[in-house]
Design a protein around this ligand. Structure first.
Ligand SMILES: [Zn+2]
Length: 136
């Protein structure tokens, strides 16, 4: 399914799922709630939210939680991800690397709570990435 074939209704569904996930975020320290909705090849949508910890370094981002949950459900072929945050930020470096492992060219839509939309891709966010192709 090429990027251009992802219909608006699917993007809207992903946005709604990501917003719902953001509401479940466990972010008592930063108060920065993030939700992600990952579209799998079979149409399944798997969500994730950020989960913080009193030991700050153990915090896991919404995007990585979505990928981990999807893989645990048997999905490895991803077609798109929507990330909702208070101000529509881009994924952190760790999440870019994890997304690139499974879907190096996947479209990424970033949404702010106020409705700002930014469309990009994993490839644009992580150019010249290290990946499984480098391991021979
Ligand atoms: Zn991250």
């Amino acid at each position: 399914m090429p990027d251009a074939l992802i219909p608006d209704t699917t993007w809207q569904r992903l946005a709604a799922e990501a917003r719902g996930a953001a509401e479940k975020a466990y972010a008592p320290y930063s108060r920065f709630q993030v939700g992600a909705a990952l579209l799998c090849a079979d149409g399944t949508v798997v969500t994730g939210c950020n989960v913080e910890n009193a030991s700050y370094g153990l915090t896991i981002c919404a995007e990585r939680n979505a990928v981990a949950a999807a893989v645990a459900q048997g999905h490895r072929d991803f077609r798109a991800i929507v990330v909702v945050s208070p101000n529509g930020v881009t994924p952190c470096g760790a999440c870019r690397q994890v997304l690139s492992e499974f879907a190096p060219a996947m479209p990424v839509r970033l949404l702010s709570k106020s409705g700002k939309v930014t469309d990009t891709s994993v490839g644009a966010l992580l150019p010249s990435s290290f990946g499984k192709q480098d391991l021979g």
